[in-house]
Design a protein around this ligand. Structure first.
Ligand code: FEO
Ligand code: CA
Ligand code: CA
Ligand code: CA
Length: 490
């Protein structure tokens, strides 16, 4: 137990009501700056990609007002309506789509109290669906990836995380559709990709030791004796919750060389009925030999390996984050309409001995979505320094503001949920997104005076490009954009 459980936790804003307004609505005293919108010039001849998701802020010289921002660009989907004219030749469509996915590195700075993009920078960079990327770990060169050691591009980049050595982990989620359309090998996608934002010429890496599935994000922490532990969700109905433990130990002075810890280790999958982590390793779980001939093949087919060993199916595991106050892991299960779970819940995992490297755990239901609690379909999670949760919801845009289960929630919202105190588990609405959008990528500056949000897919349900359902943020076409929210008192 942390904090004082008899006291109400102070809510740092005046909560807002659900709304269907086509704007990013914030509590009184808060405002936002649009830092970069889809299509904006970010410097070095590059433009900001489509449908931004994960944001990770990297301070420059420890600053909370000047740094680099990594931003994921997840998917196109219905956004194709705005991306190119209808009669665009197929090959040109693919070229435009491929450029607009992946991620961006941008330099940002607060000037006279407002955040803005710095275009004159050596750091501005695009990683796209055509950037060459090295494979590392057991599947590198394996038959299951057609024996290659590098692959073309990254896309379907949903959420991710920051490493302890200041690089980003960007996660490939729903890659299947585009891989098929563009005629690419599916086994080259569905990995966790590491990018170093401070070295614009560095080649990104796909770390196969962390498994291949619809990776939502990657939350890194350390075990009691210094092994690296990475928690990961597989966002699909009835898929699983994973963690990776490195063979070697983290040594701060080794800086970027710690990246090698992501090349050798054990991938585990959760069995919630027995409270056990099952190793997806041919030697530690010999039953895998009935199906797989080498470890590379096991990792390429992580889902099949997990099912073969009895992993627990879950209701779409999205973001997972580690509490900075007690080390427990919070996992958002967004929904599973197949099972009548419309609103989702957030689980909390407590490792045996409070050690992230434990092979046994217990879990509890931390919060349940629904009309009573006021939130539905939790997706992105982010902890503040006090260890309270900021929860960003993802009700499918096709179901927003329509009669039915989701009507009362209106546009997608973001919520503050205390994790201890008298109001533990209560949801207070902090933000409401533009029409048909989803707010993603929450990340605070170190001083917690700025919260970055990636507003994804505004206007997604449009059927006519001249009459979009949203004109956010500039009153023209809808543009997914990264914003900086100000108004927090440090
Ligand atoms: Fe791309 Fe699971 O959200
Ligand atoms: Ca997500
Ligand atoms: Ca997160
Ligand atoms: Ca989602």
């Amino acid at each position: 137990v942390v904090g004082n459980n008899n006291k109400m936790v102070r809510v740092p804003f005046q909560p807002i009501d659900p709304t269907d307004k086509d704007d990013l609505v914030l509590p009184k005293g808060f405002s936002y700056d649009v830092i970069a919108a889809w299509g904006d010039d970010i410097g070095n001849g590059e433009t900001f990609g489509f449908n931004c998701d994960l944001t990770v802020y990297f301070p420059i010289n420890g600053s909370s007002s000047h740094g680099l921002l990594w931003v994921n660009h997840e998917y196109i989907g219905d956004g194709a309506l705005f991306l190119y004219p209808e009669n665009t030749p197929e090959a040109e469509k693919y070229r435009i789509e491929q450029y607009n996915l992946g991620g961006s590195v941008i330099e940002i700075r607060k000037v006279n109290g407002k955040w803005q993009l710095v275009k004159d920078t050596p750091y501005a960079r695009r990683i796209t669906a055509n950037t060459m990327i090295d494979l590392t770990g057991p599947a590198k060169g394996a038959a299951a990836v057609q024996s290659v050691s590098e692959v073309k591009g990254t896309f379907a980049n949903c959420s991710g995380g920051r490493t302890l050595w200041n690089t980003v982990l960007t996660c490939e989620e729903n890659f299947q559709y585009d891989a098929k359309r563009w005629g690419r090998n599916e086994t080259h996608y569905g990995w966790v990709v590491e990018v170093d934002p401070f070295h614009p010429k560095s080649k990104p890496k796909k770390h196969t030791a962390l498994g291949r599935f619809s990776h939502e994000n990657a939350a890194m922490t350390l075990s009691k004796d210094g092994h690296l532990v990475v928690y990961m969700g597989d966002d699909a109905s009835d898929e699983h919750f994973y963690k990776y433990i490195s063979d070697g130990k983290y040594v701060k002075e080794n800086k970027h060389d710690n990246s090698r810890l992501l090349e050798k280790g054990t991938l585990y999958v959760a069995d919630l009925s027995r409270g056990r982590w099952i190793p997806l390793d041919l030697e530690q779980s010999p039953a895998l030999k009935e199906k797989f001939s080498d470890q590379g093949e096991v990792l390429v087919h992580s889902r099949e390996a997990a099912k073969h060993l009895g992993a627990t199916p879950l209701d779409r595991p999205e973001d997972v984050e580690v509490s900075p106050v007690d080390g427990s892991a919070y996992l958002a299960l967004t929904n599973n309409t197949k099972h009548g779970n419309y609103y989702g819940q957030i689980l909390r995992f407590i490792e045996e001995g409070d050690d992230a490297a434990a092979t046994a755990f217990t879990f509890e239901v931390f919060a349940v979505g629904g009309p009573q609690s006021g939130f539905a379909c939790p997706d992105n999670l982010h902890f503040d320094k006090e260890g309270h949760l900021w929860v960003f919801c993802d009700i499918s845009s096709s179901k927003q503001n329509k009669e039915g289960a989701y009507e009362s929630f209106k546009n997608n919202g973001a919520f503050f949920i205390p994790t201890y105190g008298k109001n533990k588990g209560m949801a207070y609405q902090f933000a409401s997104g533009p029409v048909h959008s989803e707010m993603t990528g929450p990340w605070f500056t170190p001083d917690e005076e700025t919260l970055f949000i990636a507003v994804q897919h505004p206007g997604e349900e449009s059927v006519d490009r001249h009459h979009p359902t949203s004109r956010w943020p500039r009153g023209e076409k809808p543009q997914a954009s990264v914003v900086a929210v100000r108004g927090f008192k440090g």
